[in-house]
Design a protein around this ligand. Structure first.
Ligand code: NDP
Length: 295
């Protein structure tokens, strides 16, 4: 059984990017610039944005954070987005979700310039992905594909079960893994909360990817021997014996399922670190497109 070390792979990707940035800067170019737009004071959103900022700086990107009060109007936020689209010093930006209820997230996503859309949420990027054209892939699915690739896990002809169908994880993955190309060619089943006989499906699956947000949901009696497990879930559960009072777990009952798995990602340290690495990879891509460089 191999534990997939997402932290190590993410760090390799970040080192590769760091070298590319250094090479560009040594030629007199400015470094890539990533902006994060944050509305309100949700602690999880703050933590994500801060870790994206710090990861950017470590590899030589510059970054900025535009923070707005939760009462910002939709029109004001849209004008911020339009300004970022125009700003030639900003290669890429993300609008941290969720947004407050009075703002239509779809309207904001549609306003993002697809060439700077490093979250890959704009329908143009989603459509290109569907058509198998070069596009910004959403960072978590992209990170999962990269883990599968770097660990040389075969997908061709395999039965992949994805549990969770959100637009940011499960659905894009189902498209990418089913595509006719290297790293694809899988037979994909997508399960969700209305799926019946999930255990019957999971017992047949060669690769199971969970993206549910249900702590320790997948148990060892639900998987077959030799299964590959990729767990995107991040859940906080009470742990009174720890200093913080909680601990992070995935959607998979890791300690038991690992006994049957051939490969498995831990939480934390599996998919999570890859998401930020792939966001940086997308930012590098946006930069090269705008500077007319090769990736
Ligand atoms: P969503 O809540 O948007 O989607 C959850 C999905 O799981 C839905 O499709 C839902 O079905 C399905 N689901 C829920 N309960 C069950 C069940 N009992 N059986 C089968 N399917 C079920 O979540 P996200 O996709 O945004 O996130 C999922 C998890 O991944 C979360 O823990 C989140 O924190 C984590 N995450 C991790 C990232 C990372 O960097 N590693 C990035 C993004 C998310 P239905 O559609 O019917 O409601």
């Amino acid at each position: 059984m191999t534990i997939i070390d997402g932290k190590k792979v993410a760090s390799e990707i970040k080192n590769e990017l760091k070298q590319k940035v250094a090479a560009a800067v040594s030629k007199g170019l400015r470094p890539p610039h990533l902006t994060a737009v944050l509305v309100g004071n949700d602690p999880a959103s703050w933590a994500y944005v801060k870790s994206k900022e710090s990861a950017s700086h470590k590899i030589g990107f510059t970054s900025s954070l535009l923070h707005f009060d939760e009462h910002i109007s939709e029109a004001e936020l849209l004008s911020v987005v339009h300004e970022l689209n125009r700003d030639t010093n900003v290669d890429a930006y993300i609008v941290q979700l969720p947004l407050p209820k009075h703002i239509d997230e779809q309207k904001v996503i549609l306003a993002v310039n697809p060439l700077k859309d490093v979250d890959g949420f704009h329908p143009l990027n989603l459509g290109k992905m569907l058509a198998g054209l070069p596009a910004f892939l959403p960072a978590t699915p992209y990170g999962i594909l990269e883990l599968i690739k770097r660990y040389q896990i075969p997908t061709q002809g395999k039965h992949v079960l994805i549990i969770g169908r959100s637009l940011i994880v499960g659905r894009p993955l189902s498209i990418l893994l089913g595509q006719k190309r290297q790293g694809g060619n899988a037979t994909v089943t997508v399960a969700h909360s209305k799926t019946q006989n999930l255990k019957q499906l999971s017992l047949q699956a060669d690769i199971i990817i969970t993206a549910m947000g249900k702590p320790l949901f997948l148990k060892s009696d639900m998987v077959k021997n030799g299964v590959v497990i990729i767990d995107a879930g991040i859940n906080s559960i009470d742990a009174p014996q720890t200093q913080r009072g909680y601990r992070l777990v995935g959607d998979v009952d890791f300690e038991n399922v690992r006994q049957k798995a051939s490969y498995i990602t831990p939480v934390p340290g599996g998919v999570g670190p890859m998401t930020i690495a792939m966001l940086l990879q997308n930012t590098w891509k946006a930069y090269t497109l705008q500077q007319g460089l090769s990736e």
